[in-house]
Ligand binder design. Structure first.
Ligand SMILES: C[S@@+](CC[C@H](N)C(=O)[O-])C[C@H]1O[C@@H](n2cnc3c(N)ncnc32)[C@H](O)[C@@H]1O
Length: 213
Protein backbone atom coordinates (compact mmCIF):
# COMPACT_ATOMS: atom_id res chain seq x y z
CA UNK A 1 0.00 0.00 0.00
CA UNK A 2 2.80 2.42 0.80
CA UNK A 3 3.15 5.12 -1.80
CA UNK A 4 -0.11 4.31 -3.57
CA UNK A 5 -1.61 7.76 -3.57
CA UNK A 6 -5.16 8.64 -4.56
CA UNK A 7 -5.83 8.77 -8.28
CA UNK A 8 -6.06 12.17 -9.88
CA UNK A 9 -8.15 12.96 -12.90
CA UNK A 10 -5.71 14.61 -15.24
CA UNK A 11 -3.89 16.94 -12.86
CA UNK A 12 -1.93 16.44 -9.66
CA UNK A 13 -4.06 16.83 -6.57
CA UNK A 14 -2.39 18.05 -3.44
CA UNK A 15 -3.70 15.32 -1.12
CA UNK A 16 -1.84 13.20 1.44
CA UNK A 17 -1.08 9.69 0.18
CA UNK A 18 -0.96 6.51 2.26
CA UNK A 19 2.75 6.74 3.04
CA UNK A 20 2.39 10.34 4.30
CA UNK A 21 -0.46 9.22 6.57
CA UNK A 22 1.66 6.24 7.68
CA UNK A 23 4.43 8.67 8.69
CA UNK A 24 1.97 10.81 10.60
CA UNK A 25 0.56 7.80 12.47
CA UNK A 26 4.08 6.49 13.18
CA UNK A 27 5.09 9.80 14.72
CA UNK A 28 2.70 9.76 17.64
CA UNK A 29 1.13 7.38 20.11
CA UNK A 30 -2.43 8.42 19.21
CA UNK A 31 -3.01 11.14 16.61
CA UNK A 32 -6.76 11.35 17.34
CA UNK A 33 -8.66 10.88 20.60
CA UNK A 34 -8.97 7.46 22.26
CA UNK A 35 -12.73 7.81 22.55
CA UNK A 36 -15.15 8.23 19.63
CA UNK A 37 -15.92 11.52 17.94
CA UNK A 38 -18.69 13.09 20.03
CA UNK A 39 -21.03 13.61 17.05
CA UNK A 40 -20.59 10.04 15.80
CA UNK A 41 -21.29 8.69 19.29
CA UNK A 42 -24.31 10.91 19.87
CA UNK A 43 -25.89 10.11 16.49
CA UNK A 44 -25.11 6.39 16.39
CA UNK A 45 -26.26 5.78 19.98
CA UNK A 46 -29.80 6.06 18.62
CA UNK A 47 -29.40 3.23 16.09
CA UNK A 48 -30.05 -0.49 16.56
CA UNK A 49 -26.64 -2.26 16.24
CA UNK A 50 -26.03 -4.33 13.11
CA UNK A 51 -23.18 -4.39 10.57
CA UNK A 52 -21.14 -1.17 10.48
CA UNK A 53 -18.26 0.03 8.37
CA UNK A 54 -16.07 3.04 9.17
CA UNK A 55 -14.45 4.40 5.99
CA UNK A 56 -11.14 6.21 6.63
CA UNK A 57 -11.21 4.82 10.17
CA UNK A 58 -7.70 5.96 11.13
CA UNK A 59 -6.72 4.44 14.49
CA UNK A 60 -10.26 3.15 14.81
CA UNK A 61 -11.67 5.34 17.57
CA UNK A 62 -15.19 5.21 16.07
CA UNK A 63 -15.04 1.60 14.83
CA UNK A 64 -13.83 0.43 18.26
CA UNK A 65 -16.57 2.33 20.03
CA UNK A 66 -19.20 0.90 17.66
CA UNK A 67 -17.93 -2.63 18.37
CA UNK A 68 -18.28 -1.91 22.09
CA UNK A 69 -21.90 -0.86 21.46
CA UNK A 70 -22.62 -4.27 19.89
CA UNK A 71 -21.99 -3.50 16.22
CA UNK A 72 -20.32 -6.03 13.93
CA UNK A 73 -17.72 -3.39 13.15
CA UNK A 74 -15.35 -3.03 10.20
CA UNK A 75 -12.62 -0.37 9.95
CA UNK A 76 -11.09 0.55 6.57
CA UNK A 77 -8.17 2.90 5.97
CA UNK A 78 -5.32 3.05 3.46
CA UNK A 79 -2.76 3.63 6.22
CA UNK A 80 -1.46 0.22 7.28
CA UNK A 81 0.15 1.88 10.31
CA UNK A 82 -3.19 3.30 11.46
CA UNK A 83 -4.95 -0.03 10.94
CA UNK A 84 -2.20 -1.85 12.87
CA UNK A 85 -2.76 0.59 15.73
CA UNK A 86 -6.52 -0.04 15.60
CA UNK A 87 -5.91 -3.81 15.73
CA UNK A 88 -3.49 -3.46 18.66
CA UNK A 89 -5.97 -1.32 20.61
CA UNK A 90 -8.76 -3.82 19.89
CA UNK A 91 -6.61 -6.67 21.16
CA UNK A 92 -5.56 -4.74 24.27
CA UNK A 93 -9.16 -3.87 25.08
CA UNK A 94 -10.60 -7.26 24.12
CA UNK A 95 -12.75 -5.80 21.33
CA UNK A 96 -13.52 -7.63 18.09
CA UNK A 97 -13.32 -5.62 14.89
CA UNK A 98 -12.66 -6.47 11.25
CA UNK A 99 -9.97 -4.36 9.60
CA UNK A 100 -9.05 -3.72 6.00
CA UNK A 101 -6.22 -1.72 4.45
CA UNK A 102 -7.67 -0.24 1.26
CA UNK A 103 -7.66 2.92 -0.82
CA UNK A 104 -11.16 4.35 -0.80
CA UNK A 105 -10.73 5.91 -4.23
CA UNK A 106 -11.02 2.37 -5.65
CA UNK A 107 -12.57 0.40 -2.75
CA UNK A 108 -16.16 -0.77 -3.08
CA UNK A 109 -17.86 -1.73 0.17
CA UNK A 110 -20.31 -4.60 -0.43
CA UNK A 111 -23.47 -3.07 -1.92
CA UNK A 112 -26.29 -3.34 0.64
CA UNK A 113 -23.85 -4.99 3.04
CA UNK A 114 -24.08 -2.63 6.02
CA UNK A 115 -26.61 -1.13 8.41
CA UNK A 116 -24.34 1.82 9.14
CA UNK A 117 -21.61 3.60 7.19
CA UNK A 118 -19.53 6.17 9.07
CA UNK A 119 -17.21 8.63 7.32
CA UNK A 120 -15.38 10.94 9.74
CA UNK A 121 -12.96 13.68 8.67
CA UNK A 122 -12.01 12.13 5.32
CA UNK A 123 -10.25 15.07 3.72
CA UNK A 124 -10.39 14.73 -0.06
CA UNK A 125 -11.35 17.03 -2.92
CA UNK A 126 -14.91 16.70 -4.14
CA UNK A 127 -13.90 14.87 -7.34
CA UNK A 128 -12.52 12.04 -5.15
CA UNK A 129 -14.94 12.34 -2.24
CA UNK A 130 -18.20 12.21 -4.21
CA UNK A 131 -17.60 8.79 -5.84
CA UNK A 132 -16.54 7.43 -2.43
CA UNK A 133 -19.71 8.76 -0.83
CA UNK A 134 -21.84 7.31 -3.67
CA UNK A 135 -20.32 3.86 -3.09
CA UNK A 136 -20.80 4.36 0.67
CA UNK A 137 -24.49 5.14 0.11
CA UNK A 138 -24.89 2.05 -2.09
CA UNK A 139 -23.38 -0.09 0.69
CA UNK A 140 -26.26 0.65 3.06
CA UNK A 141 -29.02 -1.95 3.46
CA UNK A 142 -32.67 -0.80 3.52
CA UNK A 143 -33.35 1.01 6.81
CA UNK A 144 -29.63 1.48 7.43
CA UNK A 145 -27.84 4.76 8.14
CA UNK A 146 -25.15 7.01 6.72
CA UNK A 147 -23.27 9.36 9.06
CA UNK A 148 -20.65 11.83 7.82
CA UNK A 149 -18.73 14.31 9.94
CA UNK A 150 -16.08 16.53 8.39
CA UNK A 151 -14.36 19.87 8.71
CA UNK A 152 -16.77 22.35 7.13
CA UNK A 153 -15.81 24.96 4.54
CA UNK A 154 -16.96 27.59 7.04
CA UNK A 155 -14.15 26.45 9.38
CA UNK A 156 -11.62 28.11 7.09
CA UNK A 157 -12.72 31.59 8.15
CA UNK A 158 -14.79 31.04 11.28
CA UNK A 159 -13.46 27.91 12.98
CA UNK A 160 -10.51 26.48 14.88
CA UNK A 161 -7.96 24.02 13.47
CA UNK A 162 -8.68 21.69 10.57
CA UNK A 163 -6.97 21.68 7.19
CA UNK A 164 -6.37 25.21 5.84
CA UNK A 165 -7.35 24.19 2.29
CA UNK A 166 -10.83 24.87 0.95
CA UNK A 167 -10.76 21.97 -1.54
CA UNK A 168 -10.77 19.29 1.19
CA UNK A 169 -13.46 20.96 3.31
CA UNK A 170 -17.13 20.20 2.78
CA UNK A 171 -20.54 21.83 2.87
CA UNK A 172 -23.65 19.97 4.02
CA UNK A 173 -25.21 20.62 0.59
CA UNK A 174 -22.26 19.03 -1.24
CA UNK A 175 -22.42 15.83 0.85
CA UNK A 176 -26.23 15.69 0.70
CA UNK A 177 -26.02 15.98 -3.10
CA UNK A 178 -23.51 13.10 -3.26
CA UNK A 179 -25.76 10.66 -1.36
CA UNK A 180 -29.19 12.17 -2.05
CA UNK A 181 -29.98 10.03 -5.11
CA UNK A 182 -29.70 6.83 -3.06
CA UNK A 183 -30.56 7.91 0.48
CA UNK A 184 -33.11 10.08 2.29
CA UNK A 185 -31.17 12.92 3.89
CA UNK A 186 -32.43 13.43 7.47
CA UNK A 187 -29.96 16.05 8.58
CA UNK A 188 -27.45 18.22 6.71
CA UNK A 189 -25.97 21.11 8.65
CA UNK A 190 -22.90 22.99 9.80
CA UNK A 191 -22.44 22.74 13.56
CA UNK A 192 -20.10 24.04 16.26
CA UNK A 193 -17.60 21.63 17.80
CA UNK A 194 -16.16 22.89 21.07
CA UNK A 195 -12.43 22.30 21.42
CA UNK A 196 -10.37 22.76 24.58
CA UNK A 197 -6.86 23.99 23.79
CA UNK A 198 -3.89 25.16 25.89
CA UNK A 199 -4.94 28.71 24.96
CA UNK A 200 -8.54 28.26 26.07
CA UNK A 201 -11.80 27.10 24.54
CA UNK A 202 -12.24 27.31 20.77
CA UNK A 203 -15.01 26.50 18.33
CA UNK A 204 -14.52 24.43 15.17
CA UNK A 205 -17.12 24.25 12.40
CA UNK A 206 -18.09 20.76 11.20
CA UNK A 207 -20.32 19.41 8.44
CA UNK A 208 -22.77 16.78 9.66
CA UNK A 209 -24.89 14.72 7.28
CA UNK A 210 -27.15 11.89 8.44
CA UNK A 211 -29.14 9.90 5.89
CA UNK A 212 -31.18 6.70 5.75
CA UNK A 213 -31.53 4.03 3.06
C1 LIG B 1 -8.28 13.02 9.66
S1 LIG B 1 -8.07 11.29 9.63
C2 LIG B 1 -9.58 10.73 10.37
C3 LIG B 1 -9.50 9.34 10.95
C4 LIG B 1 -10.77 8.81 11.61
N1 LIG B 1 -11.91 8.85 10.71
C5 LIG B 1 -11.07 9.59 12.86
O1 LIG B 1 -12.02 10.40 12.84
O2 LIG B 1 -10.38 9.38 13.86
C6 LIG B 1 -8.30 10.94 7.89
C7 LIG B 1 -8.04 9.47 7.54
O3 LIG B 1 -8.36 9.28 6.17
C8 LIG B 1 -7.49 8.30 5.68
N2 LIG B 1 -7.51 8.41 4.21
C9 LIG B 1 -7.25 9.51 3.46
N3 LIG B 1 -7.37 9.23 2.15
C10 LIG B 1 -7.72 7.92 2.07
C11 LIG B 1 -7.99 7.04 0.99
N4 LIG B 1 -7.90 7.45 -0.29
N5 LIG B 1 -8.31 5.75 1.27
C12 LIG B 1 -8.37 5.32 2.56
N6 LIG B 1 -8.14 6.10 3.63
C13 LIG B 1 -7.81 7.39 3.39
C14 LIG B 1 -6.15 8.63 6.32
O4 LIG B 1 -5.26 7.56 6.31
C15 LIG B 1 -6.61 9.03 7.71
O5 LIG B 1 -6.56 7.92 8.60
Amino acid sequence: MSGSGPKSSGHMLNVMDASSWDDRYRDADLVWSAGPNAFVAEICAGFEPGRSIDLAAGEGRNALWLAEQGWDSTAVDFSAVAIDKARAIAERRGIEITTEVADLTTYEPTPGGYDLVVVAYLQLPDEQLTPILRRAAAAIAPGGHFVLVNHDLDNLEHGYGGPPRAEVLTTPEQVAAAVGDTLTVERAETVDRHVTTDDGDRVARDTIVVATA
